[in-house]
Design a binder for this molecule. Structure first.
Ligand SMILES: Cc1cc2nc3c(=O)[nH]c(=O)nc-3n(C[C@H](O)[C@H](O)[C@H](O)COP(=O)(O)OP(=O)(O)OC[C@H]3O[C@@H](n4cnc5c(N)ncnc54)[C@H](O)[C@@H]3O)c2cc1C
Length: 387
């Protein structure tokens, strides 16, 4: 939540020495070690921010420790313009549906892989109440909801029970996250812009005009390292939360290809090798980031109840989503009291749609001082960030 006093307050001066690590063996003025930007983390946020800055001709170094179960590697990659039991249109949906299509096509061209496609959701509501919500939206203009064509319905009726009919969400985009993350990583490596290593805060020193990390120097360092950003002294006072999400990877022979399917409370998304991603959960309270037996049992039972065909669970994934408490708007921009430190984070359940858009906005802010949407600008927390 925005602190009331944050709204109009002028930036405050800060004691930078509190965030300085004097042992940094920094080598000034050597171009091999000098960058415009260091970006920590190459999930969906770090990928789009580094790509935007690279397109603007900036010298960028991405420091990323490969972690197999980061949020971007466990996500299904769906960009869905509606949400919730009332099937309402999401925040900025019209802008984001248009923007993301172009952005993923463009980054795909630079890495030589098409990473976005249309995969409308065929939604089978779990109750009459939800069925009514879909019907109400079908009759509204620009609601993204329409009836399912009879031939498609017939295909699905062979594999699942349409207890309360179905509706189609149109359009829905599906992002291939693995080729995207791997493709951009390869490009960064070729350009000498990747350091595959764990970022360790004790080697960073932050100054008014630049940041120094080990023997590297950059005008700015931007944190895109998901949940780990909030361990840093600079951002630990932001109102962040972690949401745990799990998914099963399932073989469902006969499942119609090409669409995403919402079956009861499960979303069934095309995965790799002809398999299906079945999720998800949204837990605010948990012991660790590992897959849990209760989730597996619950989703398996749901599939047994809704599917007519046999299926096999072949894998089980879990991760923590970095999210923003209460207002659910991301953290974007430079630290209001430390101009050489920035953040792109807090995407919650919407990283695939929000990250590309806000990465470009942040890039334009860094280079041309264009404004960042005040609802997303991290400066809205300037008072909390002073502490
Ligand atoms: C089960 C599940 C399903 C989801 N489905 C969707 C979906 O369909 N659509 C959607 O839009 N969103 C979805 N999300 C949300 C989405 O995954 C997140 O919003 C998004 O991935 C967050 O991206 P990020 O770049 O901020 O963080 P991350 O993906 O966590 O990336 C952080 C990167 O930083 C690296 N890193 C971390 N610490 C360090 C360090 N100290 N040093 C170096 N590197 C470090 C990590 O290895 C990683 O590469 C889902 C999330 C989950 C958990």
């Amino acid at each position: 939540m925005i602190n009331e006093q944050d709204k109009n307050e002028a930036p405050l001066t800060i004691d930078h020495s509190r965030f300085t690590y004097p042992d940094s063996p920094f080598t000034p003025h050597d171009s091999r070690f000098t960058f415009d930007f260091i970006i920590v983390g190459q999930g969906i946020c770090g990928t789009f921010l580094s790509w935007n800055l690279w397109k603007q001709g900036k010298r960028v170094l991405v420091i990323d420790e490969p972690q197999p179960f980061s949020a971007s590697k466990v996500a299904s990659g769906v960009i869905n313009p509606v949400t919730g039991r009332q099937v309402v249109t999401t925040w900025m949906a019209d802008i984001l549906m248009s923007y993301t299509w172009g952005a993923y096509k463009a980054i795909g061209q630079d890495i030589g892989v098409d990473v976005i496609r249309q995969a409308n959701i065929i939604a089978f509501p779990p109750s009459q109440q939800m069925r009514d919500a879909y019907d109400k939206r079908i009759n509204e203009e620009n609601s993204y909801i329409k009836p399912v064509p009879a031939d498609k319905m017939a295909l699905y009726a062979e594999v699942c029970y349409p207890f309360f009919g179905a509706a189609e969400i149109d359009p829905v985009w599906l992002v291939d996250l693995f080729p995207l993350l791997n493709g951009w990583r390869k490009k960064l490596r070729q350009e000498g812009g990747l350091m595959e290593d764990r970022f360790e805060a004790e080697h960073l020193s932050v100054h008014e005009s630049h940041a120094a990390y080990k023997n590297l120097r950059a005008d700015k360092i931007i944190f895109c390292n998901g949940i780990n950003t909030f361990q840093l002294p600079y951002f630990k006072n932001l109102p962040f939360v972690f949401n745990k999400g799990e998914a099963l990877i399932v073989d469902i022979p006969g499942m119609p290809k090409g669409n995403i399917c919402k079956l009861g409370n499960s979303t069934i998304v095309p995965w790799y090798d002809g398999l299906w991603w079945v999720g998800s959960s949204y837990e605010n309270s948990f012991d660790d980031s590992l897959p849990t037996a209760p989730f597996k049992q619950k989703k398996t039972q749901e599939l047994e109840m809704n599917l007519k065909v046999p299926f096999t669970v072949v894998d089980h994934l879990a991760s923590l989503r970095p999210a923003v408490a209460v207002e659910r708007r991301p953290f974007v921009g430079l630290h209001p009291h430390m101009p050489s430190v920035g953040i792109l984070n807090g995407m919650g359940t919407k990283g695939c749609s929000l990250a590309p858009y806000f990465a470009e906005q942040f890039c334009m802010n860094l280079i041309h001082q264009h404004p960042i949407d005040p609802l997303a600008d991290v400066a809205r927390f300037r008072r909390s960030l002073r502490q």
